[in-house]
Design a protein around this ligand. Structure first.
Ligand code: FEO
Length: 395
């Protein structure tokens, strides 16, 4: 049997990318990633599920050659982003009778991104099926995990759900199947970096698949799950509305004043039994910050003032936090200035996506003095009270 087979007729033909360290030139992938492509051999037809990033087309072609595949009837495209669709042009050039099977929205995206002509597509509707002879593919629209056109395929006979980016992991590994004991933090990082802004859609899509019997969940990045309930339960935990009794403090300090304020605030909050995670933005991996955002009830951004505005690193962190739309319940800002500026207004204006209550910022002129430290104590007191009183915070 093929050592990379999920079941007798379903083969892994994707590619690990051991060296990739950033996705979208933004998202850290410290453990690399993989672009998963699967081949299903039916009694009458053969289907390829997704392709791979164009940088790894040769690996996909070699894997198909290794399985002696000389004909592909269908290429199922779950998602148009190029890390899955980018090898389509080469596949369609080599496998001349292959048709791309996807939903109408994904078809339009792929035509734009990969320049595939109209006559190479077959479009399908939500819950439509396609037979490969002794295998039945059921297509399930799953929009906004994480693009509007994303969909899943359920292989009925083998009870495999192919979930594309959803439930994925940015992890290059020679192991086909995931070991939940080793992979939780890596799954959480992926969720935080890619899926967190779509918590409402995730809830709806989990609802949509809840009655399927799923023996294997096969995403398009990272290992395959023989225990799909592990990853589904993890997602349920991460998207749940209540936040934890935690404060995260991404900050940058040019001359030590803001750092002294953050240090004072951290000590005070810690003394109240709150879990506090400061992130010095000079050294912070954005993925670590994103992971902390999954659970924390409160975010306090710390910034020096430079040229009358927020430090660019604080600006960037606020922008990323706003993009990721975490479940944050309370926000505040601390920092210092020399002669004036609009640091607070700039940062506050960047957080418009958060459905969070603002707690009054604490801003010091120069190095924090007794009155500033007292204001930080009052801020810690307010955060503590808000956490205690809010039903949306787990005590
Ligand atoms: Fe893995 Fe949205 O592409």
């Amino acid at each position: 049997m093929d050592p990379r087979a999920l079941t007798a007729d379903v083969h892994y033909v994707g590619a690990p990318d051991w060296d990739r360290r950033y996705f979208d030139e933004l998202i850290p992938t410290p453990e690399g990633t993989s672009y998963n492509s699967y081949l299903i051999k039916g009694s009458e037809k053969t289907a390829l599920l997704d392709t791979v990033d164009p940088a790894k087309t040769n690996v996909l072609l070699d894997n198909l050659k290794g399985l002696k595949i000389d004909r592909i009837d269908y290429v199922i495209a779950h998602h148009a982003e190029q890390d899955h669709s980018g090898s389509l042009p080469k596949i369609l050039e080599i496998y001349k009778t292959a048709k791309v099977v996807t939903n109408p929205k994904c078809k339009e995206f792929i035509k734009d991104l990969d320049l595939i002509p109209d006559d190479r597509f077959i479009t399908i509707n939500d819950r439509e099926t396609l037979t490969l002879g002794n295998k039945t593919l059921e297509f399930i629209y799953a929009p906004w995990v994480h693009w509007p056109e994303t969909m899943f395929t359920y292989l009925r006979e083998d009870k495999i759900l192919f979930t594309c980016d959803f439930l994925g992991t940015h992890l290059a590994s020679s192991e086909l199947f995931a070991d939940p004991a080793k992979i939780y933090e890596t799954n959480k990082r992926y969720y935080a970096e890619i899926m967190m802004p779509f918590r409402t859609s995730i809830k709806a899509n989990l609802e949509k698949i809840k009655d399927l019997e799923i023996k294997i969940a096969a995403p398009s990045h990272g290992p395959v799950f023989k225990d799909p309930q592990y990853i589904i339960n993890a997602y349920k935990e991460w998207i749940a509305d209540p936040a934890k009794n935690e404060v995260i403090i991404p900050y940058v300090s040019m001359h030590g004043s803001t750092a002294a304020m953050v240090e004072h605030l951290v000590a005070n909050l810690t003394g109240r039994g709150i879990v506090v995670k400061p992130f010095n933005l000079i050294k912070t991996d954005l993925g670590e910050l994103a992971m902390a955002l999954v659970d924390a009830a409160t975010v306090v951004i710390g910034s020096s003032t430079i040229l009358a505005g927020a430090h660019p690193l604080a600006f960037n962190a606020a922008n990323v936090i706003n993009m990721l739309r975490p479940k944050t319940k309370f926000v505040s800002i601390v920092g210092s200035y020399g002669w004036g500026g609009k640091m607070v207004e700039e940062l506050a204006g960047l957080l418009h996506n958060l459905k969070a209550e603002t707690i009054s910022p604490v801003i010091a002129r120069g190095y924090p003095k007794a009155a500033d430290l007292a204001a930080l104590d009052a801020l810690a007191d307010q955060i503590h009270k808000k956490h205690q009183e809010s039903e949306a915070v787990i005590k």
